[in-house]
Write a new protein. Structure first.
Length: 122
């Protein structure tokens, strides 16, 4: 079973593409393709202009930083300017929240909720 997380990220498309080419690893490419949700242009602070961003998301993933693919992805985002990406990971535990970069600049926000079982009408 294992511990699961919800993960969302926005990273510069051009830098992601270059990084994937440099890695030349089908496992990493498949991992990114599984998380890829779409692309959008983001307005950044004046000194940075606009960037085409790739959005990545999974709502039920075993996100272990000891996993070689995840470790390489985290190394990639650690090399980015903190203003040009956003990353959020929500673990199963209510206090297990990790953010990096500036997720709100890319319309990535935390939302917690409560889920109830479905009940039949009486």
């Amino acid at each position: 079973m294992g511990y699961r997380s919800t993960v969302g990220a926005a990273v510069p498309t051009e830098k992601l593409t270059k990084w994937l080419e440099e890695q030349n690893d089908p496992e990493i490419t498949e991992f990114i393709d599984d998380l890829r949700k779409g692309e959008q242009t983001a307005e950044l602070p004046e000194d940075m202009g606009k960037l085409s961003m790739t959005y990545l998301y999974s709502d039920y993933i075993k996100w272990y930083e000891s996993d070689p693919v995840i470790e390489k992805f985290m190394e990639f985002i650690d090399c980015l300017d903190h203003r040009e990406y956003g990353f959020v990971r929500l673990g199963e535990d209510s206090d297990d929240i990790e953010t990096e970069g500036v997720p709100y600049m890319f319309d990535i926000y935390l939302i917690r909720g409560i889920k109830f079982p479905s009940f039949k009408s009486q």
